[in-house]
Design a protein around this ligand. Structure first.
Ligand SMILES: NC(=O)c1ccc[n+]([C@@H]2O[C@H](COP(=O)([O-])OP(=O)(O)OC[C@H]3O[C@@H](n4cnc5c(N)ncnc54)[C@H](OP(=O)(O)O)[C@@H]3O)[C@@H](O)[C@H]2O)c1
Length: 292
């Protein structure tokens, strides 16, 4: 009997957190996995895991040249075979009031979380087509429900959801499935990285007068949900299902918090949802704007 053909997937943002967890999970399930990382040291750490089914792939998803090079590397290694899946997971998060966000930060946020998945998918689609491969985009519950002070992140994830929905319909003719994963709070380094980017440390006095109280309340709330975060495995399982199930879902809510917020967003009018959000975050009452 001929040996079962090994199926290959690419996972972006595999240096830590959800990406690293997905890579290990998929490798254990028998996939040949290209784990995409930005730094040589992270590539070496993947090689050091010592699995013949795991290969590091240097890729900065915000760099067109890097994307083209990574796609060429995988294409050459596959030698005429195709890709079974692409997991667009790499992401960053900047929490800052929208009135104060500088355009460089906003562009970076949108570039990595929303534009890069399009660019990476375009680059790998010729290989995916050969196998009727699947695309799985790691979004967030913030791709469905927006919250104050994480506006740039929410904008990027809403865009990623739209990308997923459009691509799913455009690839339907070829029966190529596209899914989106919508986790709630997951225990990864993203929370610490978010704390490192402290808008209030660089904000002007004018901006602080407007938003410092709300921002501090948001950060306190953010610390609380980070402390209740669940392990990455739940996301890896959802990704695996999206890549392999006979009848994959179009969207996967991961975590009780994500399911509760999604349900509330379905049943509550906007203003009721805003009120609930402000209460939960401990945001204060309305006030008048200062004279400028
Ligand atoms: N943690 C949560 O609660 C949560 C909830 C919902 C959704 N998510 C989503 O899950 C995904 C993974 O995040 P995580 O929580 O696992 O955080 P994480 O541990 O910080 O992982 C983020 C990954 O993205 C990579 N990355 C960032 N910018 C990149 C770039 N320009 N090119 C290539 N890779 C880049 C990072 O690589 P470096 O190490 O090189 O920076 C890292 O591997 C993100 O899309 C995030 O929005 C997370």
């Amino acid at each position: 009997m001929a040996p079962e053909k090994q199926r290959t997937v690419v996972v972006t943002g595999a240096s830590s957190g959800i990406g690293a967890s997905c890579v290990r999970y998929l490798e254990k399930k028998g996939f040949h996995v290209y784990a995409s990382v930005r730094k040589r040291a992270d590539a070496d750490a993947i090689t050091a895991l010592g699995s013949s089914r795991l290969e590091p792939l240097l890729l900065d998803v915000a760099d067109a040249e890097s994307i083209a090079k990574a796609a060429q590397t995988v294409s050459a290694a596959l030698n005429g075979e195709g890709l079974a899946g692409l997991v667009n997971n790499a992401g960053v998060a900047f929490d800052v009031p929208l009135e104060c966000v500088d355009m460089g930060t906003l562009r970076q946020q949108l570039e990595v979380n929303a534009i890069a998945p399009v660019a990476v998918t375009q680059a790998f689609l010729p290989l995916l087509r050969r196998e009727r491969g699947r695309v799985v985009n790691v979004s967030s519950i913030n791709g469905r429900v927006a919250s104050p002070f994480s506006g740039p992140y929410c904008m990027s994830k809403f865009a990623l959801e739209a990308f997923t929905d459009c691509l799913r319909q455009e690839l339907a003719d070829w029966q190529m499935h596209v899914a989106v994963i919508e986790p709630g709070s997951i225990d990864t380094a993203m929370w610490d990285k978010g704390r490192e980017y402290d808008w209030s440390a660089v904000a002007s006095k004018h901006d602080l007068d407007l938003y410092a109280d709300g921002y501090q309340a948001y950060r306190k709330f953010s610390d609380k949900i980070a402390s209740q975060a669940i392990p990455c495995d739940a996301v890896s399982q959802a990704v695996f299902h999206a890549l392999t199930a006979k009848r994959p879902r179009t969207r996967y809510l991961v975590g009780t918090d994500a399911r509760v917020y999604a349900r509330l967003a379905q049943i509550c009018p906007d203003r009721v949802l805003d009120w609930v959000g402000r209460k939960v975050m401990g945001l204060g009452s309305t006030r008048s704007s200062p004279k400028v």
